[in-house]
Design a protein around this ligand. Structure first.
Ligand code: CMP
Length: 137
């Protein structure tokens, strides 16, 4: 079993997609280990995306991620990281496969509906950023 961090981003929350997205995770065999709705401050968004600090889109990305509430979840299943990335689709919705979250729901490469951890070390950092041990079931 493996865990990954998923975020339903502010654009998808505004479009009322929380139910559709969590239903898909259930259908794909993910167990929700932890879940909450939060509205990140700019500083909290900067901390989450610290690996992108030097990227030209960092300021705009962290403005977007702190623009409204999002839903953060720790998810568990076999190959959770790869499976989540498969159902999310490519970062850029223009390149995302049919039926993926980003193809169906994303507006552009930045406001792309969902986030998912990209590696086991990243998942560990990202889950720990939002959830204490006591909040994971
Ligand atoms: P995410 O999977 O959350 O990881 C980093 C985020 O940065 C990504 O989704 C997008 O929201 C954003 N991003 C990545 N590349 C670009 C880009 N070229 N322009 C704007 N935003 C980007």
């Amino acid at each position: 079993m493996e865990r990954t961090l998923s975020i339903i981003k502010p654009d998808a929350v505004k479009k009322n997609l929380i139910g559709d997205i969590t239903k898909k995770f259930a259908d794909e065999g993910f167990r929700i280990v932890a879940m909450k709705m939060i509205h990140m401050s700019k500083r909290e968004a900067q901390g989450f995306y610290y690996v992108h600090t030097k990227r030209p889109f960092f300021d705009s990305l962290t403005d977007f991620m702190s623009s409204g509430p999002c839903v953060v979840m720790a998810l568990e299943r076999e190959d959770a990281i790869a499976k989540n990335r498969e159902i999310m689709g490519a970062t850029n919705p223009a390149e995302a496969a049919e039926g993926t979250f980003r193809k169906m729901y994303a507006d552009n490469i930045e406001q792309n509906a969902v986030h998912g951890s990209d590696a086991p070390e990243t998942a560990k950092f990202e889950i720990g950023y939002f959830f204490s041990g006591l909040e994971q079931f």
